[in-house]
Design a protein around this ligand. Structure first.
Ligand SMILES: Nc1ncnc2c1ncn2[C@@H]1O[C@H](COP(=O)(O)OP(=O)(O)OP(=O)(O)O)[C@@H](O)[C@H]1O
Ligand SMILES: [Mg+2]
Length: 588
């Protein structure tokens, strides 16, 4: 061969190894591919076990169709599939797999043992099953063994691709991806029973369910499902079955969001955008809705062959689907949350009328006191005019007067100028510093310990981080079956909704939450992120109206903060306008 001929076709094993790089990113990808094969094999029960976060062992067993000898050996060849055979088949995929590359990719980067027997084969559950061992893509041994269904055991993943192995994250993170992968498959295939064991401990155990709703209940608990609005709509071309979180039930990250197209878990920007648009103006801009969207599209009108891990699809009529989802979701939210919307218009109702001191109009005793302390008062009987009561020079502490402007804003006179304070942000700063800097998190035992049901990924994250919670004065224990029990809380959290608090905290601890948070804001470390979340739960909510005592206490606490001008997320807590600036504004 002359030096001119430098281009060579790579050997099959090397080709497969390269292909594996695209399909098999981490242990969770193996779990996903094996579980999807079990689903395609018509199984009603799938058991998954992982050891060492899937690095050492991933074992998936099913009671599906199984394979005969020829197929069992062929299955590990690249482009070997029983699911499509002609070009047209690619236009109407109904199975989870279709490329015939998952098993060859997995085999190229691990040591595999396959045990399988054809379901039709009466004699199979005896000795006629087959056991095949494959190392780095090469068949090492083959023998008869008792079997039913299919078990694939993947050992020492990436043993021959050290670069990929190094790229893997901590066990906790990889396990969390595995739980996530199984959860997504379980949520989209409710008739199948799933068991997931992590290092021998059962992390998920789901009996076959009668409906999607029942499956969601099995995974996340009744409380979660009760907070969802169930909708279904559409025709043959496309239809939707969706569960949308109420507008009062929002999260700080995107953990509670699932999209399935023809029962395939996917990520789809257009669908996400449509759903977010439906929630627009109904939820705060920095919050995320919870949603599970099951979209069914005629398989001829959607291309599933666009992403190496089959995580994305392409629609023929993207705009039609976008508008359909937006319209359906918007209508459902409007109908279901009329009660919330009417509550939210409180702010509207008081618009144009300055609320002062206590915003409760019937609190005349408090009004009298406020006046005595030199507070601004407003015309209560529909008047739009504010006037300033004369300070009466009382011998006890004089409270700073404030003017409630609506929403979360109060104005206070300050050093001859004016400060406008976002009392929600200010309260977050105060509690954040209490929790994080002053470690002022002495635990208070709750009179009634509260149980909190979590999703499998969140449950796992909390159990792995109980000490972290204790650091913040939250005493919690495992209560089994996806439930933890909270026994103590720090003072500043005594009034918080424990369920919401723990759910939010759990998603903060899970890697996704922590990373997205880190990218989003200035908080660099998990302790800081958690303190910020806790502070948020402990703070006065936007819809509470502040009273004299609370505002004054807040001003005092804020003044004592290390960084009083910013909330933990970096937004301002107060904006000050000095006398000089005022003069400039009035061109004096
Ligand atoms: N658990 C199983 N039970 C029965 N047959 C299986 C099982 N797993 C794999 N097979 C057979 O092995 C073949 C190859 O599997 P593989 O996952 O590599 O490809 P695929 O599922 O056809 O396509 P894709 O690469 O898109 O997943 C399948 O088409 C199927 O016939
Ligand atoms: Mg497959």
């Amino acid at each position: 061969m002359s030096d001119m001929n430098r281009i060579k076709v790579l050997p099959v094993l090397l080709r497969n190894k390269i292909a594996a790089g695209e399909v098999i990113e981490r242990p969770a990808s193996v779990v996903k591919e094996l579980v999807e094969n079990s689903i395609d094999a018509g199984s009603t029960r799938v058991e998954i076990s992982v050891v060492g976060a899937g690095r050492r062992i991933i074992r998936v067993s099913d009671n599906g169709s199984g394979m005969g000898r020829e197929d069992a050996l062929m299955a590990f060849e690249r482009y070997a599939t029983s699911k499509i055979s002609r070009e047209e088949d690619l236009e109407r995929i109904r199975s989870m797999g279709f490329r015939g590359e998952a098993l060859s990719s997995i085999a190229a980067v691990s040591k595999i043992r396959l045990i399988t027997a054809l379901a039709e084969d009466e004699t199979a559950v005896g000795s006629n099953g087959l056991c095949v061992e494959i190392v780095g893509g090469e068949t090492k041994s083959e023998k008869l063994c008792p079997a039913s269904g299919t078990t694939i055991e993947v050992k020492d993943l990436f043993f021959n691709t050290p670069a990929r192995r190094k790229f893997l994250k901590s066990d906790a993170t990889e396990n969390s991806h595995i739980i996530d992968a199984v959860t997504r498959e379980a949520l989209s295939h409710f008739t199948i029973g799933f068991i997931l064991r992590i290092d021998g401990e059962e992390s998920m155990s789901l009996a076959p369910a009668a409906s999607i709703k029942e499956r969601i209940t099995q995974v996340y608990g009744k409380c979660f499902v009760d907070s969802l609005i169930e909708i279904s709509a559409g025709d043959e071309e496309f239809s939707i079955h969706a569960f949308l979180g109420r507008v009062s039930n929002v999260r700080s990250n995107r953990n509670g969001q699932f999209v399935f197209i023809n029962s395939r878990p996917v990520r789809d920007q257009a669908i996400n955008h449509a759903v977010y648009t439906a929630y627009k103006d109904l939820i705060p801009k920095d919050k995320h809705p919870v949603f599970l969207v099951y979209l069914y599209v005629d398989p001829e009108k959607v291309d599933v062959n666009v992403h190496p891990a089959k995580r994305e699809v392409r629609f023929e009529d993207k705009t039609g689907i976008y508008n359909f989802i937006l319209g359906t979701a918007r209508e459902a939210l409007r109908d279901a949350d009329m009660d919330f919307l009417s509550g939210a218009t409180d702010g509207e109702r008081i618009k144009g009328q300055y609320m002062l001191g206590s915003a409760t109009a019937d609190n005349s005793r408090r009004d009298a006191n406020d006046n005595a302390n030199g507070v601004l008062t407003a015309g209560r009987s529909g008047g739009d005019v504010a006037h300033i009561a004369e300070p009466s020079g009382l011998p006890y502490e004089v409270w700073t007067p404030f003017l409630y402007l609506g929403e979360t804003f109060v104005a206070v006179p300050e050093k001859g100028g004016l400060a406008i304070i976002d009392y929600h942000a200010a309260h977050e700063r105060v509690n954040y510093e209490r929790l994080l800097i002053r470690k002022d998190a002495a635990s208070h035992r709750m009179l009634f310990p509260q149980q909190v049901r979590l999703g499998p990924k969140e449950y796992n994250a909390v159990l792995n981080n109980l000490q972290l919670l204790t650091d913040f004065g939250i005493e919690a224990e495992d209560f089994g079956h996806g439930t933890i029990i909270v026994r103590s809380l720090p003072e500043v959290l005594m009034a918080a909704d424990v369920n919401e608090l723990i759910t939010d905290l759990a998603s903060c601890i899970t890697d996704d939450g922590a990373t997205s948070h880190r990218q989003a804001g200035p908080l660099s470390d998990l302790h800081e992120s958690i303190a910020a979340r806790l502070a948020c739960h402990s703070s006065m909510r936007g819809r509470e109206t502040p009273d004299m005592a609370r505002v004054n206490e807040l001003l005092k606490d804020l003044a004592a903060c290390d960084e009083p001008d910013r909330c933990p997320h970096g937004r301002p807590t107060r904006i000050r306008i000095s006398m000089n600036e005022l003069k400039k504004m009035f061109r004096k």
